[in-house]
Ligand binder design. Structure first.
Ligand code: GRF
Length: 206
């Protein structure tokens, strides 16, 4: 399967995918054909360049309207003919045109146990709420914010000593392996989305 990965920052989830694919020597069932970002000069783009993977940047401020940005991102992504789009720390809400084009084929990873703590500050919100267990969620993207059908989740204990950075780093350790596992299974076995349920493999061919 052809993957386009969208990033906005350090790209350690992207790096986990790159390392997982390389380690699996062809058995993984997917290859990253391009990496897209909503901003320049981020480590995520450097990771792609180091791996010899084409990159593209679509900045909201380069477009007169959000819709035009959405169209530009859709076209830049479509140019690489992805089977799956992986939003790995991409910090923009994907627009209507993007979802019309790639709906049902966009996977997102979120650093909280959805439906709890959706949005851009899931780690901070969980910590502030005083939960004892949080974690990460890999889900398909629908037209809501972090509301699409859940594929997999991983739990992470919150420690007394945790601040946002420490907790987020511990979540990311679980998140990176969860994302690599899920994307590989979707690519190798196919899947079907039925309402809020995701079926991978056998009858799940897509
Ligand atoms: C991840 O935890 C992702 O869930 C969240 O931001 C983080 C991105 O990390 N939205 P990285 O850029 O993959 O290192």
């Amino acid at each position: 399967a052809r993957l386009v990965v969208l990033v906005s920052g350090s790209g350690t989830n992207l790096q986990a995918l790159l390392d997982g694919i390389a380690a699996d020597a062809g058995g993984y069932g997917a290859e990253i054909v391009a990496v897209g970002a909503d901003r320049d000069a981020i480590a995520g783009l450097e990771r792609a360049e180091r791996a010899g993977i084409p990159t593209f940047v679509c900045r909201v401020k380069d477009h007169a309207t959000r819709e035009e940005w959405d169209r530009a991102l859709t076209e830049a992504t479509a140019a690489h003919e992805p089977d799956l789009v992986v939003s790995a720390g991409f910090m923009k809400i994907l627009g209507k045109e993007f979802l019309a084009r790639f709906g049902g084929r966009v996977v997102n990873t979120h650093p909280a146990l959805l439906p709890s703590f959706p949005g851009a500050h899931g780690v901070r919100d969980a910590l502030a709420h005083g939960v004892k267990v949080t974690g990460c969620t890999v889900h398909f993207v629908d037209d809501g914010v972090d509301t699409g059908p859940i594929i997999a989740q991983g739990a992470v204990e919150v420690r007394e000593s945790d601040d946002e950075a420490a907790l987020h780093e511990r979540i990311k350790e679980v998140e990176r392996s969860l994302l690599v596992d899920v994307v590989g299974r979707l690519a190798r076995h196919g899947y079907r989305i039925e309402g809020r349920k995701v079926q991978i493999g056998e009858h799940g061919h897509r």
